[in-house]
Design a protein around this ligand. Structure first.
Ligand code: APR
Length: 165
């Protein structure tokens, strides 16, 4: 089942919350900063051992002090106008998250609006990609429930509109 809610992703008690990280996996601002603050320093220590993550890919870690058992860190594309493969890279993030869920037998996920903050990917375009990809992977049985956690009313409206479609 797919749904959208307004909230703070660190509060979600699910098998995995998804982090919108950067290629270093060494933390940052936005949702990345919130997740590292809530998980505690062990998350950064664990991430140091991962050797980074390329854009469009994902890595899984324990959740440490978070309610969520795991964090799936994925690196979204920075928006440069839409002619350098940004759509494909963003879709690849959602596919990589779903593939790790299947691989690790995770059922419940919570996801932020990847790339739509600091990375400036247009919200409506990103939301279409997120919902279409996760709908396909839900039907394929990669996981059984995902909530799109929106940090603004605009994001919530975009996701609710796309999910109603
Ligand atoms: N819970 C849910 N969503 C959140 C939270 C939160 N606590 N904090 C921010 N968001 C939302 C933002 O409002 C935005 O809609 O997450 C979405 C993604 O925004 P960013 O966190 O800025 O991530 P992104 O645009 O993918 O940029 C990634 O930012 O924080 C750095 O280290 C990160 O370099 C990386 C870059």
């Amino acid at each position: 089942m797919l749904r959208a809610e307004r909230g703070d992703i660190v509060a979600y008690d699910v098998d995995a919350i998804v982090n919108a990280a950067n290629e270093s996996l060494l933390g940052g601002g936005g949702v990345d900063g919130a997740i590292h603050r809530a998980a505690g320093p062990e998350l950064l220590a664990f991430c140091r051992g991962l050797g980074g993550c390329p854009t469009g890919s994902a890595r899984i870690t324990p959740g440490f002090k978070l309610k969520a058992r795991h964090v799936i860190h994925t690196v979204g594309p920075i928006w440069y106008g839409g002619r350098t493969g940004e759509d494909e890279a963003l879709e690849s993030c959602y596919r990589a998250v779903a593939a790790l869920s299947r691989e690790r037998g995770l059922g419940t996920l919570a996801l932020p609006a990847i790339s739509t903050g600091v990375y400036r990917f247009p919200l409506a375009r990103a939301t279409r990609i997120a919902v279409a990809t996760m709908r396909e992977r839900l039907a394929a049985g990669d996981f059984w429930s995902a909530v799109f956690v929106c940090f603004s009313d605009d994001a919530l409206a975009a996701y609710r509109g796309e999910l109603a479609g």
